[in-house]
Design a protein around this ligand. Structure first.
Ligand SMILES: O=C(O)c1ccccc1NCC(=O)[C@H](O)[C@H](O)COP(=O)(O)O
Length: 288
């Protein structure tokens, strides 16, 4: 773990809670739905690949949504989501492993387990198609990537800067999320993805003994822009910067408006590249 860097108090509290949570007793064995296939299928259908997040609340959310997670996930899929992310962290995000299991039974798209997994045994709490590993918070990233793959998970490795990206690629990550949220200050800045992502496409290394690429070729890395995407204009901005998919929670959940239409919120983003979009899509009232 990169313990030398500053963390927001809420994040320190999240990590403390994560360290205390126990793992499962036996290794799970997942038959995962492919995220790259789901992304390709959305693109073929003219939808922006969006991983929509069931996020009841968070340290930065404006409120809590107590809706049934299955109803939320089904609304997200109705709005064109290529995949679903489910927070399973209970004490700061209002999530649960049970919610993920119910969601995964109800939808046929890949489901990401969004949590703060620090140790191998914590992977065995619930089955999911994708498992988040946050590069900054784990000691043995390569070992955990291997352990996740042994169980059938597709590991999604989250990074925030170029150094973490390099570590993720070096550890063999093939699905990488660049988090626009700075976990030291909890501020979001879409420029993070724009500055970090191009390096994922450039970085490659040859294995000296075989001459083979020792990690995924740059074009084989699936790049996800995480956090802070709130409008169709943001979606297009992240796509222009090279995002294969976007992970969106707050803009879809719209925590401040309990009766907000989650399917419509999702559709607004998944249709951001559809031709003929003329609405005030950045929501600033200017119609630009
Ligand atoms: O969302 C938070 O407030 C938060 C606070 C501290 C650590 C992590 C946090 N979020 C986790 C996430 O990665 C996001 O839920 C996800 O990327 C979606 O972000 P957004 O679209 O900005 O809700």
């Amino acid at each position: 773990m990169n313990s030398g860097t500053e963390l927001a108090p809420a994040v320190a509290s999240i990590l403390e809670a994560a360290r205390e949570r126990s793992g499962g007793e036996t290794a799970v064995d997942v038959d995962a739905r492919s995220l790259p296939d789901a992304i390709a299928s959305a693109e073929a259908d003219g939808r922006v690949p969006v991983i929509a997040e069931v996020k009841p609340t968070s340290p930065t959310a404006e409120g809590t949504r107590d809706d049934d997670p299955v109803e939320l996930a089904e609304a997200m899929v109705e709005g064109g989501a290529a995949a679903i992310s489910v927070l399973t962290e209970p004490s700061h995000f209002g999530g649960s492993p049970e919610a993920l299991t119910r969601v995964r039974e109800a939808v046929d798209v890949p489901v990401l387990r969004k949590d703060f997994v620090l140790e191998e045994a914590q992977m065995d709490v619930v089955e999911a198609d994708l498992l988040l590993l946050i590069a900054r918070f784990v000691d043995d990233l390569e070992g955990l990537i291997g352990a996740a793959r042994e169980r059938g998970f597709q590991p999604l490795v989250e990074v925030h800067d170029r150094e973490e990206l390099e570590a993720a690629l070096e550890a063999g990550a093939a699905i990488i999320g660049v988090n626009n949220r700075d976990l030291a200050r909890l501020e979001v800045d879409l420029e993070t993805f724009e500055s970090v992502a191009p390096h994922a496409r450039r970085m490659t290394r040859l294995d000296e003994s075989s001459g083979e690429a020792a990690r995924p070729a740059p074009d084989d890395v699936t790049l996800i822009a995480e956090s802070g995407v709130s409008s169709p204009a943001d979606v297009r901005r992240m796509r222009e910067a090279g995002a294969d998919a976007l992970l969106v929670g707050s803009a879809v959940m719209d925590h401040g408006a309990a009766d907000s239409d989650v399917a419509a919120n999702t559709r607004r983003l998944t249709r951001a590249e559809a031709t003929g979009e003329t609405s005030d899509d950045d929501g600033d009232g200017n119609g630009d």
